[in-house]
Design a protein around this ligand. Structure first.
Ligand code: ADP
Length: 269
């Protein structure tokens, strides 16, 4: 609590008492702590690849470059860490853009079936590299909704990428589109490592990872699901997660399929 007092003085200048004002700052303090944690996390995440790039470049300059094999190995690490840095910066910029007040979706009529086909096509190579079967049964006909094509593509790229990343080699990933009277559901299912029940509410937090090493190895930034959550909420949609440890996970996105969203609607907080 933040407390301050104001004296109450009567007409003949005598003290009548003190007015105490109690200000509940729990929420403010929480926000301040979240901001501090975020800055600390960003700094740490940026520092790790930069330290590695600097270290390997210095070692090369100190003479390691004379050995062809070392040169190639170190350069490939430098490239991988730079790419990691680039992805992290892209995700941070994306998150900051969608968290801005007055952030606007570019709403238009779109065919969800077509959009999902595109997402699957984009990620087939990534799945093949892990010998993961990726499946999407074309929906008979179009499934029209009002949404932001690029943002929704981002949502499904993040979800399907996660399913591939957190599924061991040889597993499978499936996308199912379900069209109901007033809403559509997109299910992203995998036969992966699964998520413990207590962890499920936390995975949408910025930088939260159940297994940091696994996430890092798969090129994850820990921001993917935070971005998904924001974008689905901006579309007035819902996210449902079902998961069983060691068996697999299912992420369900529910969106309105009626034209309830107005063009140019401002999404702010
Ligand atoms: P990351 O870049 O680490 O994948 P995300 O925000 O996309 O970050 O996801 C947060 C965490 O949630 C991941 O680190 C992982 O622990 C967990 N997670 C996300 N999707 C899945 C999934 N399909 N199966 C198992 N765990 C998952």
């Amino acid at each position: 609590f933040d407390v301050y007092g104001v004296p109450i003085i009567g007409s003949n200048n005598v003290w009548k008492g003190v007015l105490l004002v109690f200000h509940d700052i729990t929420e403010l303090k929480k926000l301040e702590q979240m901001r501090k944690d975020f800055v600390a996390n960003v700094s740490h995440e940026l520092k790790t690849p930069v330290t590695s790039i600097k270290g390997f470049a210095e070692t090369l300059m100190d003479g390691a470059k004379n050995n062809q094999e070392t040169l190639e190995a170190f350069l490939s690490i430098i490239l991988k860490e730079s790419e990691r840095l680039q992805t992290l910066i892209q995700d941070l910029l994306e998150l900051s853009k969608i968290e801005q007040q007055g952030f606007k979706l570019n709403l238009q009529r779109l065919d969800l079936d077509h959009l999902l086909e595109e997402v699957i096509a984009l990620l087939t190579g990534k799945a093949q590299a892990k010998n993961i079967k990726i499946e999407y049964n074309n929906f008979p006909g179009q499934v029209l909704i009002k949404g932001d094509i690029d943002r929704l593509k981002q949502v499904f790229i993040n979800l399907v990428s996660n399913s591939i990343n957190y599924t061991p080699d040889g597993g499978s990933v499936k996308v199912v589109l379900e069209n109901n009277r007033d809403h559509v559901r997109i299910h992203v299912l995998d036969t992966g490592v699964g998520i413990e029940k207590e962890e499920i509410p936390r995975i949408f937090e910025r930088f939260y990872r159940v297994d940091r090493a696994r996430s890092r190895n798969s090129g994850g930034t820990g921001l993917g699901l935070a971005i998904v959550k924001h974008l689905v909420e901006a579309h007035h949609g819902n996210i449902i997660v079902r998961s069983e440890l060691g068996k697999g996970s299912e992420f369900i996105i529910e969106l309105q399929n009626e034209n309830e969203l107005l063009d140019g609607e401002i999404i702010g907080k």
